[in-house]
Design a binder for this molecule. Sequence first.
Ligand code: SAH
Length: 375
Amino acid sequence: MDSDYAGIVDAIREIQQITKEQLQYILETEGKENEEYLFRAARDVADRVFGKAVYLRGLVEFTNYCKNDCYYCGIRCSNQNAERYRLSEEEILSCCDMGADLGFRTFVLQGGEDPYFTDERICRIVEKIKAGHPDCAVTLSIGEKSYESYRRYYEAGADRYLLRHETADNEHYCMLHPATLSGENRKRCLYDLKKIGFQVGCGIMVGSPYQTIDHIHEDFVFMQDLRPHMIGIGPFIAHKDTPFKDKANGSVDRTLRILALLRLIFPQVLLPATTALGTADPMGREKGILAGANVLMPNLSPSAVRGKYLLYDGKICTGEEAAECNVCLKRRVERIGYYVPESRGDHPDFAKSDAKTDAKTDEKMDVKTDVKTDA
Ligand code: SAH
């Protein structure tokens, strides 16, 4: 193995920071052994904080109407081929009821920016979910809103909010979005959410068009300032009905290396192995966990609409029922030596006790790293 590579990994882990030069070296130096050293270090850090726990979040994709026109996204408003749907309040609540029966303790309501879902409607839904499932966390992922709207969601009982910043570089942001959207506003939202008291998630697409190492480094600098509780990253995957239909997909390998770096720099962060990673590689989610991720977000949406929430081409698990996804994912997690606790899985700063208890439960479990790519 390359001793420079190991030395840099150790230094990043030690000081929890990364220079642009180190980032470039870690991302661009080839070699299975180097990579395995990086992933093992990240796993080790995750282990010390979370043990072998992998948290599941039940994802309810409740509307694919969107007023925005992001160049990369399949549900952008100008995609005439998208078959639009929105779930009723009853449907959303029944997804959560079913999810709770399956053992989920977090529900993520995600959608396009759909004006039908006014603050009143969102608050009512959040209140009803919390009333029915007081032991569960509710996460919203519904885009850019005002401080006042976010405050209302929080008062209605929402615990967490996911809003990927997409890129910290404002010029790069403009290359991915129409002029109605700005990087400044996106970042303003994240700071507002944090101030209000949410557990906040930001994130990027790895390999989004025009992304450079400098941009990724800016993302690290931004995240060190924001100090998010969750970071969602997955490879960019082109959607056939968008302006980026001919752009190259992001690399799985680079996504895994960035996941590992995030774990080294933010030891306590909640880090999903995303559906996009599982779409780009059939074993992508397992590989993500073995590179330091500790969250999976299976779909709880009714099977009738699953095939319609298509942000990118080829999305996996659009044919299954929620219960099937749940069993399948638990099995996949266990096969690599991890387990799924039935707890909310809060960020350690917010957790009363569960993250720490989970970490102690299975100290002796083996981690199996020999992932086969043909499963
Ligand atoms: N409207 C919400 C939810 C957006 S969808 C919001 O604004 O936050 C969730 C995430 O999917 C996006 O933040 C983006 O990072 C990711 N995504 C969208 N299109 C994608 C694509 N083509 N490939 C990979 N990820 C994509």
